[in-house]
Design a protein around this ligand. Structure first.
Ligand code: ARG
Length: 463
């Protein structure tokens, strides 16, 4: 005898309904309702295909299509009663469809299972997020290219170990992030291409005996082709993992840039001024303008990479094919996607609004013996001194300047000659930061002309 409380979708073999705790741990409707539109799109494609292949009648397919549109509008307008007893979005939609159209609703699930259904829905959802990430990245890259173009020849200190190393240009520094986000963009596009195969019609795990047309549903849903192995199709979550790992690397890039903005906007650096729109004040210290957006972007990598780790752990021990463990995939991906898009948008806004402080950047560029390498290179080029010896002589000159509390260009020619008597007046021409950056003309180097060439290349790419 079937208990009235047992599940209406599969209660046939059950004598009793689930314990409340069972229902609580089992249900995903609290979060997978975010895939309602994808679920209904998948069902519409499936029903149309079932009719086209003669598995169901055209009139049933029409009723199903109309009914699904009604369900969708109920969900979109917030007039849908989600039920935990119905577990997930798939059964919530189907049960409501049955209420609206009656018997034909029961034919929709022919030749498919929730296993291929959820894989299809989730892929459609993730695919949309890849597209959103592509948009966000393009906008951010555009904002960085604009900054680079405006300050292609602004000098600033370049750092290694966060110690002054050699002068670089603002444009060069901005374009470094363009390269990083450009690689993120190519990862997004690459992963999207790889994941764009339709699992629909793989059914529970073995395929189906109904004469379905998987090419037709794949095409209707914008997939390039159907997946080639039904066991793999229902148990594959690589697309979600690629999404999370791509998001993690990008979030790491965002975090590095955010860290620089936090440092650069401090009173000690004053390299940039962040706009009021992307800063906050302090409730107690009136002088403060805090780079909160940058700090929060810096932190986002934690939860995004956490989601990646969590899903890797969920998947790593699962035998083929579907296991309920896989229901744990969605919340991680939803949260990571929301925060990735938000971080991209916040970074784009900050970059668009920020002002590089040209004077502070230039003042800092000249300090810290940043042109010591230029001095050594001059000795190699003009005096034909081996680089190792030139390095040694320059080190002695740096020590001398440091001892006197001055910079390299402040030493006299006599000072220089006291360390190496071949040095001539000409040396002073390479000690200026402008000359230093202008001389770095190697491909990809910091010279303004090189930066402008990369700006032009990226403008072409961005179209
Ligand atoms: N809510 C489930 C999930 O998200 C749908 C698939 C359920 N399949 C099953 N055989 N119980 O994974």
């Amino acid at each position: 005898m079937t208990d009235k409380t047992s599940n209406q979708m599969w209660g046939g073999r059950f004598a009793a309904g689930p314990d409340a705790i069972m229902e609580a741990i089992n249900a995903s409707i609290g979060f997978d309702q975010r895939m309602a539109a994808q679920d209904i799109a998948g069902s519409r494609a499936h029903a149309a295909m079932l009719a086209a292949t003669g598995v169901i009648t055209d009139s049933d397919a029409d009723a199903i299509r109309e009914g699904l549109l009604t369900v969708l509008s109920e969900i979109e307008s917030g007039n849908f009663q989600f039920s935990t007893a119905l577990e997930d979005i798939h059964m919530n939609v189907e049960a409501r469809l049955k209420e609206i159209i009656g018997e034909p609703a029961g034919r929709l699930h022919t030749g498919r299972s929730r296993n291929d259904q959820v894989a299809t829905d989730f892929k459609l959802w993730v695919r949309d997020q890849f597209d959103a990430a592509e948009k966000g990245l393009l906008a951010l890259i555009g904002a960085l290219v604009d900054q680079a173009e405006a300050g292609a020849d602004w000098v600033m200190p370049g750092f290694t170990h966060l110690q002054t190393a050699q002068p670089v240009t603002w444009g060069h520094h901005m374009m470094a992030y363009v390269e990083m986000f450009g690689r993120d963009l190519s990862r997004v596009r690459d992963a999207r291409k790889r994941m764009n195969e339709s699992p629909l019609g793989s059914a529970a795990l073995a395929g189906t005996s109904f004469p379905i047309d998987r090419e037709m549903t794949a095409e209707a849903l914008g997939f390039d082709r159907p997946t080639a192995n039904s066991l793999d199709a229902v148990s594959d979550r690589d697309f979600a993992l690629e999404f999370l790992s791509t998001a993690s690397i990008c979030a790491m890039h965002l975090s590095r840039f955010a860290e620089e903005l936090v440092i650069w906007s401090s009173a000690q650096f004053r390299f940039v001024t962040l706009s009021d729109r992307f800063s906050t004040g302090s409730s107690i210290m009136p002088q403060k303008k805090n780079p909160d957006a940058a700090e929060l972007i810096r932190a986002k990598v934690g939860r995004i990479f956490g989601a990646n780790t969590a899903l890797m752990m969920v998947m790593k021990g699962l035998p083929l094919a579907y296991s309920k463990d896989m229901q744990e995939d969605k919340e991680q991906v939803f949260d990571a996607a929301d925060n990735w898009m938000l971080a991209l948008a916040a970074m784009e806004g900050m970059v668009k609004d920020m002002t590089g402080n040209r004077e502070s950047l230039a003042a800092a560029a000249g300090s810290g013996f940043s042109t010591a390498t230029d001095l050594a290179d001059w000795m190699v080029r003009v005096l034909k001194v081996p680089f190792r010896d030139a390095h040694h002589v320059t080190g002695a000159l740096v020590a001398m300047a440091e001892g006197r509390g001055v910079d390299l260009p402040d030493l006299t020619l006599e000072d220089m000659k006291s360390v190496h008597d071949g040095i001539t007046e000409d040396i002073f021409s390479v000690l200026g930061v402008e000359n230093s950056v202008n001389s770095r003309m190697s491909y990809g180097g910091t010279a303004p002309a090189q930066v402008r060439a990369q700006v032009a290349r990226w403008k072409e790419i961005l179209g």
